[in-house]
Design a binder for this molecule. Sequence first.
Ligand code: SF4
Ligand code: URA
Length: 195
Amino acid sequence: MGKEELMKKLEEKIRNCQKCPLGQLRTNAVPGAGSYDAKVMFVGEAPGYWEDQKGLPFVGRAGKVLDELLAGICLSRDEVYITNIVKCRPPENRDPTEEEIRACAPYLDRQIDIIRPRVIVPLGRHSMRYILEKFGFKPEPISKIHGKTFEARTLFGKIIIMPMYHPAAALYRPPIREELEKDFVKLAKILEELG
Ligand code: SF4
Ligand code: URA
């Protein structure tokens, strides 16, 4: 089975999932969007109001910031893959619980295995913690490790992990926005080196 078919099947499974209580509360699950051949995969936290309405990741205010950051390094959404650790919206946009992350993260694991990205960018501390632990690294405060790179070995080759601040954190905080912009420039350099 090719990537396309595998991903479509997985997305279907996510849209019908009831593995945790968030399944009962959602309007739409948000599997992810973008290229199945993406070199870089962005992993946010969980869908918010607009993502739940539309079934697409990062389409609200944080999404606008993400679009601007991507445009800043001449990338469009169809060249990357964007998803979240938790695929259904937590009520009142609260943080996802450990149980919800544990129930949902196998979908993300599978997406990584199918897409085989060269770079993973966890956005925000929940995603940073999950991804770093998954690949055997120790999580640290996001203020300390954003923009740093971690090299992990996978069954399909080397992968670079670069945690960043969550774009929503930049909404009313210009200094965070600046850090994100700097980290995106680093990301662009890495992608260029990878060819
Ligand atoms: Fe399933 Fe994840 Fe939605 Fe929970 S959040 S119902 S595990 S898709
Ligand atoms: N915040 C996230 O973490 N993910 C989204 O998809 C939207 C907002």
